[in-house]
Structures are given as structure tokens and as C-alpha cells.
Design a protein around this ligand. Structure first.
Ligand code: ADP
Length: 181
């Protein structure tokens, strides 16, 4: 299956993706994780991305899209993937569509994790990642509302809504059921 995971920052996409990846046998491709790995290794890509991530802003689309294209071209992604953190804008969605069309592929669905804003803020503050301070969280939520939430309308009938408040296991069960697995 080729799936995109959508939802506000802190919605638990990464947690759910790790479980789904194992159960569905397809790789979890997280742009946030890829950026953090590059930052950790001090690559040119990591150096470029760091200032944006620390500020809670989006990394420029050309940089992000190249990284995703490279990752999707790898062997393990040929039979499916869970894309987490990309696309984050309508422009990125169009790029993804083009990338897949170039290979004669298309998405099987877009899983949208729905969580109230006060819940995601609480989760992010508890997680305590480097970019999880109050100011950055505010910026990321604003970016989500302005740039990412429009993807829900953009994908329309491809959206699979999951009510994502509850335990990790409950949300996983709801997701598998919604995917018919
Ligand atoms: P969260 O889901 O909590 O927002 P992520 O790990 O997905 O965290 O992303 C962390 C940061 O990485 C984002 O705030 C952003 O700066 C950058 N980033 C991740 N994906 C993208 C993307 N598709 N386009 C631009 N920037 C991105």
C-alpha cells in the first residue's frame, strides 16, 4: 500500500507509522526523521534544514522534495510506503503526484489523524524534542493550519479520517480497520 499520513504536529503519526510499518510490511518514511538524521550526521542537507526546523518553519520545498524523491527511489519503497510529514503543502502534494505518476503509481489513500489542538500541544510539551518548545509549537500549529490543513480538501475522497485520541493501541486498531486490514 502507498499511504500518506496527515495530521497536526504531535498527532502521533510517527508512533502509529512505526506500528503500521511492521504490520503492513512497508517502510515508514518520515521527513522529520530524515532531516534529524541528516542534522545528526552534519550533512549539507542537515545544515540547510536545521535553521528552519529549529524555528518551526517549513524547510524549502525543493530541498525536501529532492530528499523524498531519493528515498522513494530506494529498493524497499518499491512495493509501498507510509509517508509521514510529506506532503505538507498543496505544492508538495502535486510534486508527489508527479513523482508517482512518473513510475506509473498512485496513492492508495491518505490517512488523516484527527486530534484537538490542546491535546497535541500537551503531547509535544511532554515529548520534549529540541523543536518542541512553546514558541516553536505555536509556529508549527500556525503552519499546519495555513499550509497543511488545506490538503484535507485537496485530497477529498482519498481521505480516510481516524479519530486519533485514545491509547496507541486503540488508534492503531481503528486505523487497521479503516484500511480493511
Ligand atoms: P511534527 O510532526 O511534530 O511536526 P516532524 O518530525 O514531522 O514533526 O517535522 C519536524 C520539522 O521538519 C517540521 O517542523 C519542518 O521544519 C520540517 N519538515 C518535515 N517535513 C517537511 C516537509 N514536508 N516540508 C518542509 N519541512 C518539513
Amino acid at each position: 500500500m502507498r499511504l500518506v499520513l496527515l495530521g497536526p504536529p504531535g498527532a502521533g503519526k510517527g508512533t502509529q507509522a512505526a506500528i503500521l510499518s511492521e504490520k503492513l510490511g512497508i517502510p515508514h518514511i518520515s521527513t522529520g526523521d530524515l532531516f534529524r538524521a541528516n542534522i545528526g550526521e552534519g550533512t549539507p542537507l542537515g545544515l540547510e534544514a536545521k535553521s528552519y526546523i529549529d524555528a518551526g518553519k517549513l524547510v524549502p520545498t525543493d530541498v525536501t522534495a529532492r530528499m523524498v524523491e531519493d528515498r522513494l527511489s530506494q529498493e524497499d519503497a518499491q512495493n509501498g510506503f507510509l509517508l509521514d510529514g510529506f506532503p505538507r503543502t498543496v505544492e508538495q502534494a502535486e510534486i508527489l503526484k508527479g513523482l508517482l505518476e512518473g513510475k506509473g503509481e498512485k496513492l492508495d489513500g491518505v490517512v488523516n489523524f484527527q486530534v484537538a489542538e490542546d491535546v497535541v500541544v500537551e503531547r509535544m510539551l511532554a515529548r520534549g524534542r529540541a523543536d518542541d518548545n512553546e514558541e516553536t509549537i505555536r509556529t508549527r500549529l500556525q503552519v499546519y493550519r495555513d499550509e497543511t490543513a488545506p490538503l484535507i480538501d485537496h485530497y477529498g475522497a482519498e481521505i480516510i479520517n481516524i479519530e486519533a485520541e485514545g491509547t496507541v493501541e486503540e488508534i492503531n486498531a481503528r486505523t487497521l480497520e479503516a484500511l480493511g486490514k
